[in-house]
Design a protein around this ligand. Structure first.
Ligand code: SAM
Length: 284
């Protein structure tokens, strides 16, 4: 396998990082901190342990082997190199694994060993102690914090108070970076019953060729992406109440990997509310 598999660590080649086939640009501080985060084993452990994700990628690659068989493949953002190995298994003639973080060091070992060293132990969940102290005074501040950024968390399907609605469809064959600068969509839900709405849940699904779907829906097996919750002002609704709104996801100017989210929403004839969420605490 090692003959067919070439890890490329382009940090070794120059002080530039390749971000596209068209131009090179210098790594910014944000890039460096992003790549440092991917040098850590834990994030890769999370991704590989997420069997919904990794199995969907594996099935998509192996089922579509005709597009890879005897071809030269470039795996941009290879991480541990696991997808590169799948491409080798699918019959690729040569796979170039491109990885900017220090994880590139490990890819070579992985290729040589010809199999993935699955880690068997993971961090234990830290137990939450009960201190028996009244901390109700923290509530307002806690709400402000909750509503200032998106929360990635596991949402049980029974929390949802309406059918899901598709906000956008992105064709990865044709999408451009300009298309992704801002994504916006309006939505309208019909509520299941009388309750208080405290947030909106966002997730995605990927359709691969060959009728393979990787879903991160709360109704499907959990993945390491979980779901994203946008907490909002509590809003009372009844059976069949109409919740209408508008969601805008805008690429942050301060860090192109962060999103600035604006959510407008209202139930029936209640007045419209607006909530703004920023990733990484940058408000731009
Ligand atoms: C989401 S991880 C996926 C890792 C691996 N493909 C997998 O599925 O397990 C993205 C990886 O891409 C790398 N990466 C992101 N941008 C890159 C770039 N411009 N050049 C090289 N590697 C990059 C990151 O360091 C990270 O390891």
């Amino acid at each position: 396998m090692s003959n067919e598999f070439t890890p490329i660590d382009h940090k070794n080649n120059s002080d530039h990082c390749i971000v596209s086939t068209l131009k090179k640009r210098k790594c910014t501080d944000d890039d460096n901190s992003y790549f440092r985060s991917y040098a850590d084993i834990e994030i890769h452990e999370d991704m590989i342990a997420d069997s919904v994700r990794t199995s969907a990628y594996r099935t998509a690659i192996l089922k579509n082997y005709r597009q890879l068989y005897k071809k030269t493949v470039i795996d941009v953002g290879a991480g541990t190199g696991i997808l590169s190995i799948f491409c080798v298994q699918a019959g690729a003639k040569h796979v170039y694994a491109v990885e900017a973080s220090d994880m590139a060091r490990q890819i070579e070992k992985l290729a040589a060993a010809n199999n993935m060293q699955h880690r068997l132990s993971f961090w234990d969940t830290v137990p939450q102690d009960m201190y028996k102290i009244n901390m109700a005074s923290m509530r307002t501040y806690a709400e402000q914090c909750l509503m200032s950024r998106p929360h990635v968390m596991e949402v049980p399907g029974y929390w949802l108070q309406s059918h899901p609605q598709k906000l956008c469809d992105i064709d990865l064959y044709t999408v451009t970076t300009a298309d992704l600068k801002t994504i916006e969509a309006s939505f309208e839900f019909s509520c299941f019953g009388s309750t208080d709405i405290n947030g909106f849940v966002v997730w995605f699904s990927v359709r691969f060729p060959g009728h393979i779907t990787l879903s991160t829906s709360p109704y499907d097996s959990v993945t390491h992406w979980c779901q994203t919750v946008l907490y909002c002002q509590s809003m009372p609704v009844e059976q069949d109440s109409k919740v209408q709104g508008h969601l805008e996801l805008r690429q942050s100017q301060a860090n192109h990997r962060h999103l600035h989210i604006t959510l407008k929403y209202r139930a029936d004839d209640q007045s419209e509310l607006e909530q703004v969420y920023s990733m990484g605490g940058d408000g731009s």
